[in-house]
Design a protein around this ligand. Structure first.
Ligand SMILES: N[C@@H](CCC(=O)N[C@@H](CS)C(=O)NCC(=O)O)C(=O)O
Length: 300
């Protein structure tokens, strides 16, 4: 029996701590990003989905960076960058003294703006069509405000009845997210779309991997992917969750999970089983996010 099978079968809290060091592809990426002579240092922890968002952005936009893992114990250096001691945080080394940014969504906006004048890469539809950009952001907003909290509610729910309700709510949050990706596709590229053919071809790229044939991650993909991946791995393991069947959705998820920029930031599955055990058994003092969920408050 493999490690994974024995963990899945036992389903009891083994008191495993979160991992402090990336494994697999993510470890290779960490090792390839240790050059001190770069403008951006990403403070992150290897299992954190909020960090993964930012990490995927750096990869997708080809912005040079250095990555530090396990600042979870709140070293002074992190607290100077991120007031609540949350990761991700960016240290911006090109300012004297260095400046800082926290909040994954704000950092994503910052990197998108930065890339406009540096690497010329983007993960959004081009600015000549603000409506197409807004539709991509609408799906991303659904990921932030519904899908992410629903993920934690489901994972932290302890009795079967609450797990069933939370599971349905989580699936609903995914369905709405997918519907919004579909809406962007229909309204920008579909029959009677507002754009002409040339314009549609230019906008198509920025709509991300939902669009069959597209090869680059989009804004909404990056916003949601870390939790979609943890739904497959962690909720699959601890809650028996499976994505609702549907060929198009399955193909989309596969394209996201297999995308080189996403894969480069993923550790081996065992790391996620271990790191999320404390959430799955709702141990006290797991994290600020877990506490907020237990107290019915907004996420930090
Ligand atoms: N709103 C923040 C949330 C970040 C967050 O909660 N990060 C977790 C790791 S996944 C953290 O740093 N937790 C430390 C703690 O709970 O003290 C963001 O989007 O960046």
């Amino acid at each position: 029996m493999s490690n994974t099978e024995s963990t899945a079968a036992s389903k009891s809290d083994q008191g495993r701590p979160y991992n402090t060091k990336a494994t697999g592809e993510a470890l290779k990426t960490v090792e390839a990003h240790q050059d001190d002579q770069v403008d951006i240092t990403l403070f992150g922890s290897c299992f954190c989905p909020f960090v993964q968002r930012v990490w995927v952005m750096l990869e997708a936009l080809e912005i040079p960076y250095k990555v530090e893992v396990d600042p979870y114990k709140k070293p002074k250096e992190l607290l100077e960058l991120s007031p609540k001691g949350l990761v991700p945080a960016l240290k911006l080394n090109n300012f004297t003294p260095p400046r800082a940014l926290n909040e994954s969504t704000v950092i994503m906006e910052y990197l998108e703006d930065l890339a406009e004048s540096s690497t010329k890469k983007t993960v959004l539809p081009l600015p000549f069509n603000p409506y197409a950009r807004a539709l991509a952001r609408l799906a991303a907003d659904q990921a932030c405000r519904s899908l992410v909290p629903a993920f934690y509610r489901y994972l932290q729910a302890q009795d079967v009845e609450k797990q069933t309700t939370a599971g349905l709510e989580f699936q609903d949050a995914i369905d709405v997210f997918i519907a919004l990706l579909g809406r962007a596709e229909n309204e920008i590229l579909g029959p009677g779309a507002i754009s002409g053919e040339g314009e549609a071809a230019m906008l198509r790229k920025g709509l991300g991997l939902w669009i069959e044939g597209n090869t680059e991650l989009g804004w909404a993909d990056i916003m949601a992917a870390p939790w979609l991946f943890r739904a497959k791995v962690v909720l699959g393991h601890y809650r028996g969750y499976r994505f609702a069947p549907g060929d198009r959705v399955q193909r989309y998820l596969e394209r996201v999970f297999e995308h080189p920029h996403f894969k480069a930031t993923c550790s081996d599955e065992q790391l996620y089983y271990d790191s999320y055990e404390r959430y799955a058994f709702n141990r006290p003092n797991t994290s600020q996010v877990a506490t907020a969920i237990n107290e019915g408050r907004a996420l930090p």
